[in-house]
Design a protein around this ligand. Structure first.
Ligand SMILES: C[S@@+](CC[C@H](N)C(=O)[O-])C[C@H]1O[C@@H](n2cnc3c(N)ncnc32)[C@H](O)[C@@H]1O
Length: 254
C-alpha cells in the first residue's frame, strides 16, 4: 500500500485515482463508505451549451464529470466491486447522485452484490433551484449495505434532509457539512473507518471528525487534496491536543 499524502490520528488522505488506490487496500479496512462521485450527468455540457461550444469542450467542471453513460457504468461497477471487498460485512455505502443517474448508479452497485436499502433526498429548498422548467432543487443518494445491515446509531434516521447549499465556494459541488454530519451520525460502530474515494474539498472527512469517526479519503486533484488537508487541520474541537499536533506533521511528497 502506498504512503498517504497526509495522515493524522483520525485518518489518511491519498492523492490519486481512487480505483488504483482502492485496489491496494486490504479487505475489511473500513466500516462505511460515504461518497459523492462525479455524477457524469451532463451538467457541464448543458452549462457550456448556453454559452459557446469552445467553453463546453474546453475543460471539465471537475475531473471525471464528463463521462458518457457506458464509461460511467463500467467505472462505477469497478468501484462498487472494490468497495464491497474493502468494507466489513453489514457496512453501509451511501452514494450521492442526481435524478438522471439514480437508476444507473443503483444497477451498477447492485450488480456488484450491494443490497439496495433505500433512496435519500437532499432537499435544497428554494435556495438551491437550478434550471428553468421544473426547477431542480434536490439531489439523491442511494443507500446500500453489504449483506444484513448493522443497526443504525439511533431511531431518527430519516431519508430526507433539508438545507441550502453551502456558501463556502471550496468546490463546485461542495456538500453542506451539516448534511454529512447527519449521515455520519447514523453510522455504527463508533468510531467507524469512513471511506470516501471522492473527497473534493473534504466535507466527509470533516464530518467524520465531528461525529467521532475516523476517515480514509482519496482525491485525484491535488488542489482539492490540499484544500481537504487545510480543512481537516483547521478542525479543532473534535480532536485532542495530541491529535491536533500530529495533524500538523503532514506527509507532503513535494
Ligand atoms: C462531486 S465532487 C466531491 C465534492 C465533495 N462532496 C465536497 O463536499 O467538496 C467529486 C470529486 O471527485 C474527484 N475525482 C474524480 N475522479 C476521481 C478519481 N478517479 N479518483 C479520485 N477522485 C476523483 C474530483 O476531482 C472531485 O473533486
Amino acid at each position: 500500500m502506498r504512503l498517504p499524502y497526509y495522515k493524522n490520528r483520525r485518518g489518511q488522505i491519498y492523492h490519486g485515482d481512487c480505483l488504483d488506490i482502492m485496489k491496494e487496500m486490504a479487505d475489511d479496512s473500513a466500516e462505511a463508505l460515504v461518497t459523492d462521485p462525479p455524477y457524469c450527468s451532463g451538467g457541464r455540457q448543458q452549462q457550456g451549451a448556453r454559452n459557446q461550444i469552445e467553453k463546453s469542450v474546453r475543460d471539465e467542471w471537475f475531473m471525471g464529470d464528463n463521462m458518457g453513460v457506458d464509461s460511467y457504468v463500467w467505472w462505477m461497477r469497478e468501484i462498487a466491486q472494490e468497495a464491497i471487498r474493502i468494507v466489513t460485512p453489514g457496512s453501509m455505502a451511501f452514494v450521492f447522485t442526481d435524478w438522471r443517474q439514480y437508476t444507473t448508479l443503483v444497477n451498477t452497485w447492485e450488480s456488484a452484490r450491494w443490497t439496495l436499502r433505500g433512496a435519500f433526498v437532499w432537499d435544497k429548498a428554494k435556495g438551491g433551484a437550478m434550471g428553468s422548467y421544473w426547477r431542480n432543487n434536490h439531489e439523491w443518494a442511494a443507500i446500500f449495505t453489504k449483506g444484513k445491515p448493522r443497526p443504525l446509531a439511533h431511531r431518527s434516521c430519516f431519508n430526507t434532509w433539508q438545507g441550502p447549499k453551502p456558501q463556502g465556494g471550496l468546490h463546485p459541488t461542495q456538500k453542506p457539512l451539516e448534511l454529512m454530519e447527519y449521515i455520519l451520525g447514523a453510522v455504527t460502530p463508533k468510531p467507524a473507518r469512513i471511506l470516501d474515494p471522492f473527497i473534493g474539498s473534504g466535507t466527509t472527512l470533516l464530518a467524520a471528525c465531528s461525529t467521532g469517526h475516523n476517515f480514509i479519503g482519496i482525491e485525484i486533484d491535488e488542489a482539492y487534496v490540499k484544500k481537504s488537508i487545510r480543512r481537516v487541520e483547521s478542525y479543532k474541537s473534535g480532536l485532542t491536543e495530541a491529535e491536533q499536533e500530529e495533524g500538523q506533521q503532514t506527509l507532503f511528497e513535494e
